[in-house]
Ligand binder design. Structure first.
Ligand code: UFG
Length: 329
C-alpha cells in the first residue's frame, strides 16, 4: 500500500487518482489544514481508499499509520506552499514542512519503510543564475518556503547515507490545471496562484485580478514561470515510484514544461481562450518572487521517460472547468 501525505490537497489528490487508476492500494493521510474533506468524499464515491486524519507534527499520528497498515512507499505532499505567506510566517513553515517531515522520516525508518517520493520545488533554486535551470543549478532559496524544501532535501540525503532511506526528489515548477472530470482541482481557501486568480476575476464579479509588478527585467516587465499541468506532473510520480522500486537509488528531477510564459502572457492566453476582456490592475511586486523560473527537465524526460502532454490551453481550460465546479461548493 502507498501512503500519500497531503492527499486531500491539490497535487496530492491528483496523485492519488493516478495511482488508483493504475490499481494501486492507497492510504491518504491529511489533517485538512489545507486539503478538503469534500475531495476525500468525492474520491471515496469512485475508489476504494483508506483515509487517516492526522497531523505530521504529532509523531503519534503518523506512527499509527505505519503500525497499522503495510506501507511499502510514501509520497510526501503535506506542506504549506504559499511563498509570500512563508515570508510573513516563517515559523509555521519550518514547523509544518521541516518538523512534520522529520517526524515522517523517523517513523519510516523505525518501521523499515525506506522509499519516499518528495514534493520539492523550483523555489529551492532562488534567483536563476542561468536559464533554463537544470538540477545542477546552485541552491539559494530566497524565501522560507524554498528554504524548507531545501532543508528537507538535505535531510533526505543524510537519511540515505545513515539509514538507507531512498528518495526521489521532484522539483516542481508552476503547477496548473485540474482533473475536473474526477471532481478534483486546485482549491485553496486563500487563493494566491496566478491562473485561479485570473479565472476568479471572470467568475466573481467583486474580484479584480492583480499583476504583482511589471518592472522586472523581462520582455514585458512581468515575472516568467514554467507552467506544468498537474495531470502530467502526477504521471511523473508514477514513473518515479517505478524507478525507485526497480533501481533502489535516490535521485532528483526537475518537473516543468521547459517553456516560459510571463504573467502578462498567461493573462492574455486566458482572455483569448474565454474570449473576454478581464479587468486587471498592476500593483507592486510581491515579497519573495524570483524574476524568472524556467525548467530544464530533460533529465526526467530521458531517465524516467516522462513527457508533458497537455498544452497551456488545455491546462487553462481544465482549470476553468474546475473553477465552475468549485463555485458550487
Ligand atoms: N501572480 C500575479 N497575480 C496573482 C498571482 C500571482 O501577478 O494574483 C504572479 C506572481 O507574482 C508570480 C506568478 O504570477 O510572478 C506566479 O505566481 P504563483 O503564485 O502562481 O506561483 P509562484 O511562482 O509564486 O509559486 C509556485 C508555487 C510554489 C513553487 C513555485 C515554483 O506556489 O510552491 O511555484 O515555481 F515553489
Amino acid at each position: 500500500m502507498i501512503l500519500i501525505t497531503g492527499g486531500a490537497g491539490y497535487i496530492g489528490s491528483h496523485c492519488a487518482v493516478e495511482f488508483l487508476k493504475n490499481d494501486y492500494e492507497i492510504l491518504i493521510f491529511d489533517n485538512f489544514s489545507k486539503g478538503h474533506r469534500e475531495i476525500i468524499e468525492n474520491l471515496k464515491l469512485k475508489y476504494n481508499i483508506v483515509f487517516v486524519e492526522g497531523d505530521l507534527r504529532n509523531k503519534a499520528d503518523i506512527d499509527f499509520v505505519f503500525k497499522n497498515y503495510k506501507i511499502d512507499a510514501v509520497i510526501h505532499f503535506a506542506a504549506f506552499s504559499e511563498v509570500s505567506n512563508s515570508v510573513l510566517k516563517p515559523d509555521i513553515y519550518y514547523e509544518n514542512n521541516v518538523l512534520g517531515t522529520l517526524n515522517l522520516l523517523n517513523s519510516m525508518v523505525e518501521n523499515n519503510v525506506l522509499s519516499i517520493i518528495f514534493s520539492s520545488s523550483a523555489a529551492i533554486y532562488g534567483e536563476a543564475k542561468h536559464i533554463p535551470i537544470n538540477e545542477q543549478h546552485s541552491l539559494k532559496p530566497i524565501n522560507p518556503y524554498g528554504k524548507t524544501k531545501y532543508i528537507v532535501e538535505e535531510m533526505l540525503e543524510d537519511y540515505d547515507r545513515a539509514y538507507g532511506l531512498k528518495s526521489i526528489k521532484l522539483r516542481y515548477f508552476n503547477v496548473i490545471g485540474a482533473d475536473y472530470e474526477e471532481n478534483i482541482g486546485e482549491w485553496h481557501d486563500v487563493e494566491t496562484h496566478l491562473v485561479p486568480n485570473i479565472l476568479k476575476s471572470v467568475l466573481k464579479k467583486d474580484f479584480i485580478f492583480k499583476i504583482f509588478g511589471d518592472d522586472y527585467k523581462t520582455d514585458d516587465g512581468t515575472c516568467v514561470r514554467d507552467y506544468v499541468d498537474v495531470r502530467d506532473l502526477v504521471y511523473a510520480h508514477f514513473l518515479a515510484y517505478k524507478y525507485l522500486k526497480d533501481y533502489k537509488k535516490s535521485d532528483i528531477f526537475n518537473l516543468g514544461s521547459n517553456k516560459g510564459y510571463s504573467v502578462k502572457e498567461i493573462y492574455d492566453t486566458v482572455c483569448e481562450i474565454l474570449n473576454c476582456k478581464i479587468p486587471y490592475e498592476v500593483v507592486k511586486r510581491r515579497n519573495g518572487d524570483p524574476q524568472i523560473l524556467l525548467a530544464d527537465s530533460n533529465k526526467a524526460r530521458n531517465v524516467l521517460n516522462w513527457s508533458t502532454k497537455k498544452t497551456l490551453t488545455e491546462s487553462i481550460q481544465s482549470a476553468y472547468e474546475w473553477e465552475k465546479i468549485l463555485k458550487n461548493y
